[in-house]
Write a protein that binds this ligand. Structure first.
Ligand code: ATP
Ligand code: MG
Ligand code: MG
Ligand code: MG
Length: 560
């Protein structure tokens, strides 16, 4: 590829609206351009890296025995109604009608569609196990699209779905995917951890997230220095505050015309100042009946719905009220009422929590009923760095920020039961299929990689996902020998299968070097008149900064 005829619109200034480094660099390197909030053009350079990740994913999925297909992005409401998610999925599901008033949505994930395929085509245990995957554009109407490809609304995902005869066979499929994911992220050159995770809105019995370690990560994760235990903060084994256990909420805390700040409630519950409350969930008889959430946090509508089950939920942009379903059941008798506070260090200072007033009053008044105990305990989701590991003796917990690039779930029969995906066993008996689902954010993986690999001058792509392996910089396009030698090197590398970019632009060397550094090509061959007179060129390694002065043949051989 010749730079002069290619399309890499680089930008010198840091774009004002890009907060994280990967977003800034992807814009500056001409990899992406915004079309609308959370919706991006993938420019040629960005697309090349995305395709590299896709290819690694594809190879490893195929190697693990998964089979590629492609499902539509537009999916009919009927399938989602069958699974119950048409109601359950909140505003992240972008719904619309066609000209005949038929209801559709843009697929945010494809459990329903794939289960529909399988229930129609799979009849016998002989056809199982099967694992089907696609690499496809998803749409989620994220409440806060941000950080470029990291949290887009439209984004590319690899999603795979496994189908098995029973739970233990499904465990094997899950393990295969878990191993494939490890290989994928290793091959992408990412520094990551596989952590135990909540199953969230997708449901199921067990799940792991693959987290790329980066300070800009939206998730907090914990790992033990002494054993394999690693979990995201939501899943991390929680420790109730002993001092807050079994306390009775005082009248003032629950029955007040004044709105209380989150700090006041937190202080009452014994939450330490360094922990921040992001939600107050009232649990009656073990059932969550009400939640008050406010602020910039990752407790989205889906997670809450999942957590609260049937409770009625109202959600504004940054505020959620969940009202008790079927009246204040747990509040009417001598039963335990638990106030659960989820604390998360990560969102410190962002919450502005209120109690009292409006719809909430009623429940709190009831909670003040004489006959029952109100237990207050804080469900501490942050295990603090340096704490003892809950799993092994001697290990200490370490806290990291992470970017979720992949997620594997054991689904069990959640979807197959609802959509009636069954097979006939060896005795001719009808059985429900066991499922698993496995996602990878392709664009997010590229962004996460840049978060981990950059310096003040720009991106430092690891070779496997670099848009080009090598850039040949002709220092002056006005000097015939330089042009000739550059072309020659370029042709030889290209012929050897190296993905090479020839910087043949009529620009100053400094200008060319700046661009080459910014776009992060791992290897650079600099062809200048002075060295050329001795038959030599410079080979520069973007990552180490190391420069070697080599005879042309040697440089070409090294790059190949
Ligand atoms: P998050 O917690 O970041 O919202 P998620 O848990 O909702 O992600 P999954 O449903 O597990 O996402 O989807 C599988 C993968 O798709 C994620 O691990 C992530 O890599 C990617 N992904 C999810 N949402 C987005 C998004 N808005 N933009 C880019 N990639 C995304
Ligand atoms: Mg999400
Ligand atoms: Mg998640
Ligand atoms: Mg997830």
């Amino acid at each position: 590829m010749r730079y002069s005829q290619y399309f890499i619109p680089t930008v010198k200034e840091t774009p004002a609206d890009a907060e994280v480094i990967s977003h800034q660099l992807m814009l500056r390197a001409g990899m992406i351009r915004k079309v609308a909030a959370g919706v991006y053009n993938y420019l040629p350079l960005g697309l090349r890296s995305i395709r590299k990740v896709e290819q690694i994913v594809r190879e490893e999925m195929n190697r693990a025995g998964a089979i590629e297909l492609l499902m539509p992005m537009v999916t009919p409401a009927e399938l989602w109604q069958e699974s119950g998610r048409w109601e359950f999925y909140g505003k992240e599901l972008l719904r619309f009608k066609d000209r005949k008033d038929g209801e559709f949505c843009l697929g945010p994930t494809h459990e329903e569609v794939i289960t529909d395929i399988v229930r129609r085509e799979i009849r016998s245990y002989r056809q199982l196990p099967i694992n089907l995957y696609q690499i496809q554009t998803k749409f989620r109407d994220e409440i806060r699209p941000r950080f470029g490809l990291m949290r887009g609304r439209e984004f590319i995902m690899k999603d795979a779905y496994s189908f098995d005869v029973d739970s233990s066979a499904a465990d094997l499929s899950y393990d295969k995917m878990y191993q494939a994911y490890r290989r994928i992220f290793e091959r992408c050159g990412l520094n990551f951890r596989a952590v135990e995770a909540d199953t969230g809105s997708i449901g199921g019995s067990s799940s792991h997230e693959f987290m790329v370690l980066a300070d800009s990560g939206e998730d907090a994760i914990l790992s033990c220095s002494g054993c394999d235990y690693a979990a995201n903060v939501e899943k991390a084994e929680s420790r109730p505050f002993p001092e807050a256990k079994g306390e009775l909420l005082p009248k003032e805390a629950v029955e007040t015309p004044d709105r209380k700040t989150i700090e006041e409630v937190a202080a009452f519950l014994g939450i330490k100042p360094e922990q921040t409350v992001k939600a107050l969930i009232v649990v009656a008889d073990g059932e969550p009946v009400m939640a008050l959430v406010r602020g910039d946090h990752d407790l989205n509508e889906l997670k809450l719905k999942n957590f609260l089950g049937a409770a009625e939920l109202e959600m504004a942009d940054d505020e959620v009220y969940v009202k008790a379903c079927g009246g204040p059941v747990g509040f009417a008798g001598p039963c335990g009422v638990t106030v659960r506070v989820i604390a998360d260090q990560a969102i410190q200072g962002m919450c502005n929590f209120v109690v009292g007033g409006n719809a909430k009053d009623q429940h709190f008044r009831n909670a003040n009923h004489r006959d029952f105990t109100v237990k207050a305990f804080a469900d501490i989701r942050t295990v603090v760095a340096g704490d003892a590991c809950p799993r092994c003796s001697g290990g200490k917990m370490e806290v990291w920020r992470g970017i979720e690039v992949g997620h594997v779930f054991k689904l069990g029969t959640k979807y197959s039961e609802k959509l009636k995906a069954t097979y006939l066993d060896a005795d001719g008996k009808e059985q429900v299929i066991f499922m698993g689902c496995y996602g990878i954010g392709v664009g997010r993986s590229v962004a996460a990689c840049i978060e981990q690999n950059h310096d003040a001058n720009g991106i430092i792509f690891p070779l496997p996902i670099a848009p080009f392996h090598c850039i040949v910089s002709a220092l002056s396009v006005k000097e015939e020998p330089v042009v000739k030698a550059s072309e020659d090197i370029y042709n030889r590398l290209a012929a050897a299968g190296v993905e090479v970019l020839l910087d043949d632009r009529d620009e100053r060397p400094g200008f060319k070097f700046k661009d080459a550094d910014l776009i992060g090509i791992p290897l650079r061959i600099v062809v200048g008149a002075k060295n050329l007179a001795e038959g030599k060129v410079e080979l520069k390694h973007r990552k180490s900064g190391e420069v070697e002065l080599l005879p042309i043949d040697e440089a070409v051989a090294k790059v190949q």
